[in-house]
Write a protein that binds this ligand. Structure first.
Ligand code: NAP
Length: 312
């Protein structure tokens, strides 16, 4: 018999919601919280778009509340990360970063994705103080001030366009002379009078004592450097799904995100479910992650009850 009926990897909104539903179904889920307990929301400040909080809620507080709610129904949380899974035998065998091993009949993967950062000298210090990787989360705080967006893909166009609702001006700094974003997103951005582009340029640092006051730029054609004043620096240079622990065992899409069966959370291995940002690069919101965590719990529960595993 396995140590656990079901283990959940990750403790962001997806993992926590899966834990909530599974604990209420008496399946006693065990959650390995991962390298960032509480997930990406724990590095944001105020969350104003999670339903049920009319005054907003701080990201870390929201995640703490979710965890407490799960524990109330018997879910167990381990401050540990799973580093490898042996899917070749059942129960599945897990190895953790603290050197422990565990077995489970079913596995829910909610390991999320990590935003790419630039690694600028002052980036870490100013994260949450004007440096952000999520315009939807933080854009509202930049009313009537100029902001810079880095990137040339769909995310950059989407985030830059969204930010024009608040900012006085949005300057997209891109390292190439053309965008890789889809034509439709490019056209929408080009029509927006509040959007400006700085081409063939990289951001080499961000300025500011307590909050962002500007960025340092380097032109990649002639090597000249200059300063640009802004109150926010938004990075939209892609995300990386956190799938290292499953190295090649589960099917992924071209971008490396876990593939799930259409309209479900079943993965390419029976008894393994994926939810949240590790399988979603389109919506990437706390509420959509929570919704898919609920789906994973229900899929898992029904699988235990004998519902068949659908073909991919
Ligand atoms: P992406 O397509 O990989 O684009 C990342 C952008 O960031 C690229 O322009 C890249 O520059 C730039 N970049 C990467 N590393 C950089 C660095 N170190 N310094 C400066 N620039 C850097 O990522 P994405 O825009 O997040 O999109 C990911 C996927 O989600 C795509 O398939 C996209 O179509 C999809 N998506 C769709 C929608 C939508 O349809 N509404 C919205 C968002 C995302 P280079 O161009 O030079 O490589």
């Amino acid at each position: 018999m396995a140590d656990h009926r079901v283990v959940i990897l990750g403790s962001g909104p997806a993992g926590a919601t899966a834990a909530l539903y599974l604990s209420r179904a008496n399946l006693r889920p065990v959650v390995y919280e991962g390298i960032q307990p509480g997930g990406q929301l724990t590095i944001t400040t105020e969350v104003d778009n999670f339903p049920g909080f009319p005054e907003g809620v701080m990201g870390p507080e929201l995640m703490e509340r979710m965890k407490k709610q799960c524990e109330r129904f018997g879910a167990t949380f381990h401050w540990d990360a799973v580093t490898g899974v042996d899917f070749s035998q059942r129960p599945f065998r897990l190895a953790t970063s603290s050197g422990e091993t565990a077995e489970c009949d079913a596995l829910i993967i909610a390991t999320g994705a990590t935003a790419r950062w630039l690694g600028l000298p002052n980036e870490d210090r100013l994260k949450g103080y004007g440096v952000s990787a999520c315009a939807t989360c933080d854009g509202f705080f930049f009313q009537g001030v100029p902001v810079v967006v880095v990137g040339g893909g769909d995310s950059a166009m989407e985030e830059a366009t969204f930010l024009t609702r608040f900012a006085s001006k949005v300057i997209v700094v891109h390292r190439r002379g053309s965008l890789r974003a889809s034509k439709i997103m490019q056209e929408r951005a080009a029509r927006n009078p509040k959007l400006e582009f700085v081409w063939n340029t990289e951001v080499i640092d961000v300025h500011g004592d307590e909050k962002v006051s500007g960025v340092r730029l380097r032109n990649l054609v002639d090597g000249t450097e200059s300063d640009l004043e802004c109150a926010g620096l938004f990075l939209a240079i892609g995300h990386v799904p956190n799938v290292e622990a499953f190295a090649g065992a589960l099917e992924t899409d071209e971008a490396g995100y876990l593939r799930t069966h259409p309209r479900s959370t079943h993965t390419s291995i029976e008894g393994v479910f994926a939810c949240g940002d590790v399988q979603d690069h389109t919506y990437r919101q706390a509420i959509t992650a929570a919704g898919s965590g609920c789906m994973a719990a229900l899929d898992c529960e029904r699988w235990f009850e004998g519902n068949p595993w659908p073909p991919l």
